[in-house]
Design a protein around this ligand. Structure first.
Ligand code: ZN
Ligand code: ZN
Length: 225
């Protein structure tokens, strides 16, 4: 998959990964129109990363992480870049995204002692894609920030399944399960491409905290509003 993406990039003229129009300048990686249309987020609640709360207060009030940050809203150009990374295996897009994150990362999250930990993909998805979008984004961000990557989380989710037979069979809930492997670093930034409900980030942060790891923040490229 990766080799194929690199081959396509080598033979096709460079195009904007968000709108697919041809890029005009050699040093351009996102076209000017898309760059101007990036949906930057205003800083809001430091705990959940939302610009403002709706309804019942902070959705991360009981989360295992105490700080969440994303530079962009998960819409428009940001959403198209995430799709390019995830579904078209446009791996160079990860560096465009990492550049946006590195340029806007708040000073409080720039602790040089923090290693970057990618949120692990579900095994089946990783197998199907041949790569792990959050892992690729984390590697690109680590290069930009000059921080180490510690891929110390493993996903062992139980898929939802049918238990029993016939009409009495019931549906067993799928369960998110994350564990820490090896010896994790003591201070980390947990990295994902999109922060949606925060359930996966919470499960990952919970596993890290249980292993005596301090989670400085969960950082993602885009936040669903
Ligand atoms: Zn564009
Ligand atoms: Zn909040």
């Amino acid at each position: 998959m990766r080799a194929l993406a690199e081959l396509i990039a080598a033979v096709a003229p460079p195009a904007c990964p968000a709108c697919r129009r041809a890029l005009t300048r050699v040093d351009e990686r996102l076209c000017r129109a898309c760059t101007m249309a990036l949906p930057w987020l205003r800083p809001g609640c430091p705990r959940c990363g939302l610009p403002h709360h709706r309804g019942d207060g902070c959705p991360a009030a009981a989360a295992a992480f105490s700080r969440a940050w994303a530079p962009l809203a998960y819409e428009g150009v940001a959403r198209r870049l995430v799709a390019a990374l995830k579904f078209r295996a446009a791996l160079p897009v990860a560096d465009v995204m990492a550049a946006h994150m590195a340029a806007h990362l708040p000073a409080a999250l720039r602790d040089p002692a923090a290693a970057l930990v990618p949120v692990p993909a579900q095994r089946a998805r990783r197998r199907a894609r041949g790569f792990d979008p959050a892992g690729v984004l984390t590697a690109a961000l680590a290069r930009r920030l000059d921080r180490p990557v510690a891929a110390c989380l493993v996903r062992e989710d139980r898929a939802a399944r049918q238990v029993g037979t016939g009409r009495v069979g019931r549906r067993e809930e799928g369960r998110l399960s994350v564990r820490v492997r090896g010896s994790p670093p003591s201070l980390v930034l947990l990295v994902d491409d999109v922060h949606t409900t925060g359930a996966t980030l919470d499960a990952c942060a919970r596993a890290l905290v249980a292993a005596d790891v301090r989670v400085l923040a969960v950082v993602s490229y885009a936040r669903t509003l």
